[in-house]
Design a binder for this molecule. Structure first.
Ligand code: ATP
Length: 216
């Protein structure tokens, strides 16, 4: 049986944090592939055009043969739900043991996802600790155990492990904010997004004038 992981996200835009998480997952559990799944219509978020986000994903992942991008979410209309992604991908990749890669912040909300209780048991969870509220690895573990406990109270068992990554503070919202600030403050101090995203992604953002005037 092959071992595959789904890495779902808005990727608006993809950044080095995402890439480090996916690469760590690949080796930590000996995955054949990481399947990147950009959300078409993410719940609770407004995002840049799907085509732009996919193009940036392609630029950032094309040199890694174990990374694949799936456009499975274009098969369904309406809001993108994780459980549908897993069901649809299972049809394309039979005989697979599934993992789901997720950041700690997102994992915490799993019990409230659409059909989250079912999804929780359909795959194993690879959780990337994330520097948001200043969590340490020990605190990250505690947070995961709380989620496990919440699900256990409803008689659900889940399998999870923390990914062994250095904590990386980069987020897509930080990149969008820097782009916007740079645009508004063209002559003043500018903080570059260089080294926060892969260079081809940085060029793509500049050439397409992305995130320059979007208010959040
Ligand atoms: P935003 O800042 O707009 O909320 P984001 O940086 O969280 O975006 P997403 O595309 O929403 O990016 O994230 C996809 C997945 O990757 C989520 O599960 C998220 O928690 C995780 N993730 C993103 N950045 C990091 C990071 N620096 N470290 C660990 N996990 C991350």
């Amino acid at each position: 049986m092959q071992q595959l992981a789904i890495f779902g996200g808005t990727f608006d835009p993809i950044h080095w944090g995402h890439l480090l998480v996916a690469e760590t997952a690949l080796h930590q559990v000996s995955l054949e592939k990481v399947i990147w799944v950009p959300s078409l219509n993410p719940p609770h978020k407004e995002a840049a055009l799907f085509e732009h986000r996919v193009e940036m994903l392609q630029l950032a992942t094309k040199d890694n043969p174990a990374f694949t991008i799936s456009l499975v979410e274009t098969n369904r209309s309406g809001t993108s739900y994780a459980i549908n992604t897993l069901i649809d991908l299972s049809a394309s990749y039979p005989n697979t043991h599934w993992y789901w890669i997720v950041g700690l912040d997102t994992f915490q909300t799993l019990p409230r996802w659409y059909r989250g209780h079912e999804l929780a048991q359909m795959c194993d969870w690879l959780i990337a600790p994330r520097l948001l509220g200043g969590e340490t690895i020990t605190q990250s573990k505690l947070i995961c155990k709380q989620v496990e406990q919440q699900l256990k109270e409803q008689l659900l068992t889940i399998h999870w492990q923390l990914l062994n990554i250095p904590l990386v503070g980069v987020s897509s919202s930080l990149i969008r904010k820097l782009c916007r600030d740079n645009f508004l403050n063209a002559k003043g101090d500018r903080q570059s997004i260089r080294y926060l995203v892969p260079e081809p992604v940085r060029s793509y953002i500049t050439n397409n004038n992305l995130y320059s005037n979007k208010s959040e």
